[in-house]
Design a binder for this molecule. Structure first.
Ligand SMILES: NC(=O)c1ccc[n+]([C@@H]2O[C@H](COP(=O)([O-])OP(=O)(O)OC[C@H]3O[C@@H](n4cnc5c(N)ncnc54)[C@H](OP(=O)(O)O)[C@@H]3O)[C@@H](O)[C@H]2O)c1
Length: 255
């Protein structure tokens, strides 16, 4: 068991695969990290010998019970390590099958908004409440998308949720700036990454998804970051001294 004092308590959602898995793996390699990983399926990380992490299986389509559990966990973690920095990287998201809005079922649309917008809102509130007593720096990093800023046909719910996430960050950053010890808040577009989500976009039916060819071209030309490269970029933003100076930003520069 690693006995390094806890310097950083960090929660990563969507840690079972893709970008979230790479972020969680890189965090686990940092000594003094207490990591909680969340996804619907098991999260398996390989860290340095003795470095442990906790992993929960939970569905963000039902965020309220998860938020309560997270709040209890964070309160206890902060009580044990009151001087540690505390971060939440809300990375989990789902992309519905690309296609026209009117062809999607109401149930599918509702789940998409719960996972992609309701969950980040509810979990952000739980994070802020449960870490208020911390003497460490508190950072809330929401993983957004360029598609929250540029509209795309065939992905209306995803575009709407990510635009909502960006504005959530802007409004929340204003609130936190008014409080002593307020959290720093960032909604970050992580670039284009070789994950299941990109595969879904380039494999979509071009008749229902006009930009299919563009996504196929990005892949064919090698323009995608590996999850490991993208994770390193995300973690550079998280650890930067000016984290939170721009609540909506992009790993490639300003939004
Ligand atoms: N890939 C890109 O090019 C790209 C570009 C811009 C932004 N992004 C953003 O980057 C983030 C990571 O994307 P990615 O490409 O790594 O996606 P991904 O490969 O599809 O992984 C999504 C992660 O979210 C989890 N997840 C999905 N639905 C969930 C649910 N209902 N409850 C709990 N966990 C859930 C998945 O785990 P389980 O299936 O085990 O639940 C998985 O760990 C997302 O916020 C995405 O919008 C990605």
């Amino acid at each position: 068991m690693n006995t390094a004092p806890i310097q950083h308590i960090v929660v990563v959602t969507g840690a079972s695969r893709g970008l979230g898995h790479a972020i969680a793996s890189q965090l686990l390699a940092q000594p003094g990290t207490r990591l909680l990983a969340i996804a619907r399926s098991d999260t398996t990380l390989i860290g340095p010998p003795g470095q442990v992490y906790e992993s929960w299986r939970a569905d963000l389509a039902d965020p309220v019970p998860l938020a309560r559990r997270l709040q209890d966990w964070l309160e206890a973690a902060v009580a044990q390590s009151p001087d540690a920095a505390v971060s939440m990287i809300h990375n989990a998201a789902m992309l519905s099958a690309p296609g026209w809005l009117a062809a999607a079922s109401d149930a599918e649309l509702s789940v998409s908004m719960r996972v992609n917008l309701e969950a980040p809102l509810v979990l952000s509130a739980a994070f802020l409440r449960s870490t208020a007593a911390s003497r460490g720096v508190r950072k809330l990093l929401l993983i957004s998308s360029g598609l929250g800023r540029r509209a795309m046909a065939g992905a209306v719910p995803y575009c709407a949720a990510k635009a909502g996430m960006d504005h959530l960050a802007r409004a929340l950053a204003l609130e936190e700036a008014q409080q002593a010890g307020g959290a720093k808040v960032v909604s970050l577009a992580p670039g284009v990454i070789a994950t299941d989500m990109q595969m879904q976009l380039r494999s979509a039916d071009p008749a229902l998804f006009p930009e299919q060819e563009r996504f196929a071209g990005l892949h064919a030309s090698g323009a995608l970051d590996s999850p490991e490269t993208a994770a390193a970029k995300v973690l550079r933003v998280l650890s930067s001294a000016d984290f939170g100076s721009e609540p909506v930003t992009d790993v490639r520069g300003s939004a």
